[in-house]
Design a protein around this ligand. Structure first.
Ligand code: COA
Length: 284
């Protein structure tokens, strides 16, 4: 069911969205949802080719206006330039989605200095860089920010033995910003998707998970779909959420409350040698 069947399709008319990581996966879905409800979108990612393909696909599917440029969120100069292009094209930014992420599982033993730095640079500094560059425009538009997170780090019993480099830092990057920017009319929220079927995040962060077991163990007996995140995005960016800021919206059928029972002990800890290098050498 397209999201237009649930929300009014002119909900976001006149809004301009800037979406990092919008060329693929969950963030492409979020971009599609914004377009379907009348917003225009500017997407960034590392590969121009991927962005062009995504823009073409979403234009065809939604009839919306979308453009994108390659920029690495780790590089403030590239980010500033990309924001400049978005402003040149659309004149303003009302919605920022910080979706770009670089994540993988690694045991402490096999995690190199550079690997750790890489993830910090993408997930933490990248979010800062993009928010900072968009800030003057969000201030003008009294806009909103959505930071895309995850649920892995909500469970102590998992995150302790498993060195997960999903550095979402929900509270640091979102709640304090919500407090500081609230008086300027800027709302800052987090969407924390649980396992979402057929996504890079699922392959990367739950490589050994048994899908059936995930579903059976989920209180709502579901496995997430990208569409679930689309609905959350439309809601949080719309006026329906005008009084909602500093909130972490977990979209996972309440699975995170039961995670300790559900997930197998991670292979990156049991068999760290399989996780050396750039690829997860495991059967998915
Ligand atoms: N396990 C252990 N180390 C890893 C790794 C893995 N799975 N993947 C990358 N690294 C290490 C590399 O070995 C390298 O360190 P080294 O030089 O000491 O060997 C360092 O991380 C940087 O890797 P590199 O591939 O050069 O960086 P990059 O900037 O091109 O890649 C990543 C960025 C690392 C995030 C890459 O995994 C990526 O492109 N991911 C796609 C997007 C993504 O992760 N989405 C998240 C969905 S949840």
């Amino acid at each position: 069911m397209p999201t237009t069947d649930v929300f009014k399709k002119d909900l976001l008319i006149g809004k301009i969205a800037f979406v990092t990581g919008g060329g693929s996966g969950i963030c492409k879905g979020m971009t599609e949802a914004l377009l379907r409800h009348g917003a225009k979108a500017f997407i960034i990612g590392r590969s121009q080719d991927r962005l062009d393909k995504a823009a073409e696909e979403l234009k065809t599917k939604t009839g919306g206006q979308i453009a994108g440029t390659a920029a690495d969120v780790r590089d403030p100069e590239q980010v500033e330039k990309a924001v400049g292009k978005a402003i040149e094209l659309f004149g303003k930014i009302d919605i920022l989605v910080n979706g770009a992420a670089g994540n993988f599982l690694a045991s402490f033993e096999n995690l190199s200095y550079r690997a750790f730095r890489t993830v910090i640079e993408i997930d933490l500094l990248g979010t800062f860089n993009v928010t900072k560059a968009c800030f003057p425009h969000l201030k003008k538009s009294r806009g909103c920010v959505i930071n895309v997170s995850a649920t892995h780090h909500y469970s102590d019993s998992i995150s302790k033995p498993m060195l997960i480099f999903l550095l979402s830092f929900d509270q640091i990057r979102s709640r304090s910003l919500a407090v500081e920017l609230g008086p300027l009319g800027i709302r800052v929220n987090v969407i924390a998707p649980g396992p979402i079927a057929d996504t890079e995040g699922m392959h990367r962060l739950l490589p050994a998970a048994d899908t059936e077991r995930l579903i059976q163990g989920s209180p709502l007996q579901t496995l997430g779909k990208i569409q679930d995140i689309e609905y959350a995005t439309v809601f949080l960016t719309s006026d329906a959420a005008r009084n909602i800021s500093g909130h972490i919206l977990v979209v996972d059928g309440a699975s995170w409350l039961r995670q300790p029972d559900l997930l197998p002990y991670p292979e990156c800890v049991l068999e760290p040698k399989k996780f050396v290098g750039n690829k997860l050498n495991v059967k998915l």
